[in-house]
Design a protein around this ligand. Structure first.
Ligand SMILES: C[S@@+](CC[C@H](N)C(=O)[O-])C[C@H]1O[C@@H](n2cnc3c(N)ncnc32)[C@H](O)[C@@H]1O
Length: 348
């Protein structure tokens, strides 16, 4: 990996500042083409799961058992390989017996898909419900993990973005889902104003509930609709725009750039093959050129592993006008428009 990153840097010697950061590393489950988190804690959990299931599953079946599972609120979400379908209820019972805080065990019944990036689930143990409340960084998030997108594995990345935000910034989160980015950024940066836009009405409904239940967060506004129409209608500029839609954020680059203040920051997510991270930077650069803008600097954060040699990356890009000097320090000019108040809107 390190060699790969170094060679990438040599192949792409642009004058602007480009740096890498590996935010988190996640393992990969080859049998199902799905990424799977391999933190030490989870590996320990799975070893215990194997211990409980010894005698219930044959040694061959134990080898098929997926090493780990996500926990969203009190719901465990596990992958059941085809070889273990007959035994899935035993696996669910084992998880429930190991973790008293888990009340529902659901299996993935497909893959993330559709415009709203949802994941079909089937309950295989515990209570018959799919709604839960997950807590991340002190923020309570209610959701149904089947009808809305939410990934517990992006928690570290959300925290990273929240830590980059400066005092009094105006931050826009496109594709805001049930609100984790806006709420975590808003909670960590009370002097900022944060706006979220989400198309899935069900996700937006949860986001509003979540905003309401996190009473101390008062600096977040949420809009429902397509970014393509809602954002231009806001007629407003932002210091920082987050674009967490790695499958197709490129389509929305122009509309996002039009809403970014001069020397503002763009956090652009993409799924990219190892050795081709520069292609993502090139997408941003091309969009800048089309809109007579300039990419002043780009840093790449590798935030997830989602297939063989495929990563979820985030480019932290600072964008200026063609005449802007490169390598401006963060915060130097970002906030000069902050005193201009927003046009009052009815956001919800
Ligand atoms: C990968 S999810 C990210 C959700 C959220 N930011 C999170 O981290 O949990 C992408 C989200 O974009 C939403 N979406 C897709 N196309 C959209 C569009 N044109 N306008 C607004 N939201 C859209 C989906 O419904 C989905 O909730």
């Amino acid at each position: 990996m390190v060699v790969e990153l170094l060679s990438w840097r040599l192949l792409f010697p642009h004058p602007r500042r480009i740096r890498f950061a590996i935010i988190s590393f996640q393992g990969y489950c080859p049998c199902l083409s799905l990424s799977w988190c391999c933190s030490e804690r989870k590996t320990a959990m799975s070893r215990k799961l194997k211990d409980v299931l010894r005698g219930v599953l044959t040694p061959t079946e134990l080898q098929c058992l997926v090493q780990s599972y996500d926990v969203v609120g009190d719901i465990a979400i596990i992958i059941i390989p085809p070889e273990l379908i007959e035994k899935e209820h035993f696996i669910a019972a084992a998880i429930l017996s190991l973790h008293k805080n888990i009340k529902v065990v659901a299996k993935r019944d497909g893959i993330y898909g559709g415009e709203f990036r949802t994941l079909p689930l089937r309950i295989i143990g515990g209570e018959q419900r799919k709604e839960t409340v997950h807590t991340e960084d002190g923020v309570r998030l209610m959701l149904n993990p089947e009808t809305v997108y939410f990934s517990v594995r992006s928690g570290t990345e959300r925290k990273r973005i929240a830590s980059l935000v400066q005092a009094k910034e105006e931050v826009l989160v496109l594709f805001s889902g049930i609100g984790p980015y806006p709420l975590i950024i808003g909670r960590a940066n009370p002097s900022c104003r944060v706006v979220g836009i989400e198309k899935n009405p069900e996700a937006h409904r949860y986001a509003l509930k979540n905003l309401g239940s996190n009473r101390r967060i008062t600096n977040v506004r949420l809009y429902q609709g397509d970014v393509d129409s809602v954002l231009p209608a806001l007629d407003r500029k932002f210091d920082r725009i987050v674009m967490p839609l790695p499958t197709s954020a490129e389509v929305f680059l122009s509309v996002a750039l039009a809403a970014l203040r001069r020397q503002g920051w763009l956090h652009f997510y993409d799924l990219q093959q190892e050795g081709r991270f520069e292609d993502t930077v090139a997408k941003i650069e091309a969009a800048c050129r089309r809109d007579v803008l300039q990419l002043l600097s780009a840093e790449i954060a590798v935030c997830g592993h989602c297939g063989p040699r495929t990563y979820r990356i985030c480019v932290d890009a600072q964008i200026g006008r063609i005449s802007d000097p490169p390598h401006l320090k963060e915060g130097q000019e970002n906030f000069k428009d902050n005193q201009k108040d927003n046009i009052p809107l009815d956001p919800q």
